[in-house]
Ligand binder design. Structure first.
Ligand code: ZN
Length: 323
């Protein structure tokens, strides 16, 4: 990603979409132009509305809707120009669950100077499918987790176009999350955890957090200095990462970061979901109309900037050591 720290004015402009009141005229940096082109509100809306459409039938593993979602993500990885991970066929890691073939979709941007050090971005594309009762029978899963997969696709486009990552970046759209994290378990067999310097798992970023817009929380915040590094990279912006405010819910262990975290990787989930007050969570009403798309877009841009020093090799988060 960036080879130098962004000046704070530029960072502010990046996060607020160009509108700076400063009298200083900054020449648009490539980061700025690329971020606005790849992580735009329109692009967020377009990708998210397709993933959450009735056509995808709730994206359940092993169904035509789940397969449609997998192909959609695959085609975006291909169009973005991502490379493939050694050891799997194309962008697909096929594993067996319940005697059915299920796919994780995996793409890579090889690091320039440290290709054997990996930064992983993940989000799960599977959801709950359909129910056989009611008028609306489809669990669209717009927030859970079409929002995270949308971020994943836009981050892949952004970093690929920037083309200056020193470490390798792996993008994984997981299956099998709702059934118990089987996709992320399967994925963990493909890589040596000692080579993974950080994992950003993105889960439910479609609604404003309990603190309002331009904020999100990080699960397991105090288990490594990952969150501190992310916040440092956002200095000068109005975006804030908080520690997970719902510790009793054990969210750290309830998403796709858990497998790599248990292997020592600073693997954390970024979310805005108000777990005590998210009325559409796991209902058929989790639809795009209930989401704040401009805020989701701001969060995705903030994640892109917050990862800067990890991707360019300047920061390495501390490992997770607890058992
Ligand atoms: Zn869910």
């Amino acid at each position: 990603m960036l080879s130098k720290k962004l000046p704070s004015l530029l960072l502010l402009a990046l996060l607020t979409g160009c509108a700076t009141n400063s009298a200083v005229q900054l020449k648009p940096a490539p980061e700025h132009t690329i971020a606005n082109a790849t992580i735009s509100t329109q692009a967020t809306e377009q990708i998210l509305s397709t993933l959450a459409s009735d056509d995808m039938q709730g994206r359940q593993d092993g169904t035509p809707g789940g397969e449609k979602a997998a192909s959609f993500i695959e085609s975006h990885f291909q169009a973005a120009g991502l490379s493939t991970l050694t050891g799997i066929d194309g962008y697909r890691q096929v594993y067996s669950y319940d005697e059915q073939p299920i796919s994780n979709i995996v793409g890579v941007i090889k690091g320039k100077s440290r290709p054997d050090e990996f930064v992983v971005f993940g989000a799960h594309y599977d959801h709950l499918g359909m129910t056989d009762q009611g008028v609306d029978r489809i669990f669209n899963g717009a927030n859970d987790d079409a929002s995270g997969v949308t971020a994943l696709i836009q981050l892949a486009q952004y970093y690929k176009q920037l083309g200056n990552n020193e470490r390798s970046i792996i993008f994984v759209a997981f299956s099998g999350e709702e059934a118990g994290g089987f996709g992320s378990k399967a994925f963990s067999t493909l890589i040596d955890p000692d080579k993974v310097v950080a994992m950003f798992n993105i889960e439910m970023i479609g609604t404003p957090s309990k603190w309002g817009r331009n904020s999100a929380y990080i699960t397991g915040f105090d288990k490594s200095d990952f969150g501190t590094i992310l916040q440092r990279n956002l200095k000068g912006s109005n975006f804030h990462f908080y520690p997970d405010p719902y510790p009793a819910q054990d969210l750290f262990y309830r998403s796709d970061n858990a497998t790599l975290a248990a292997q020592g990787v600073p693997a954390h989930t970024i979310s805005t979901s108000k777990m005590d007050n998210e009325p559409y969570y796991h209902t058929v009403d989790d639809e795009i109309e209930t989401l704040d798309i401009p805020n989701t877009t701001a969060i995705i841009k903030a994640i892109a900037v917050s990862a800067t020093s990890i991707i360019n090799g300047q920061s390495t988060p501390t490992r997770i050591t607890e058992k």
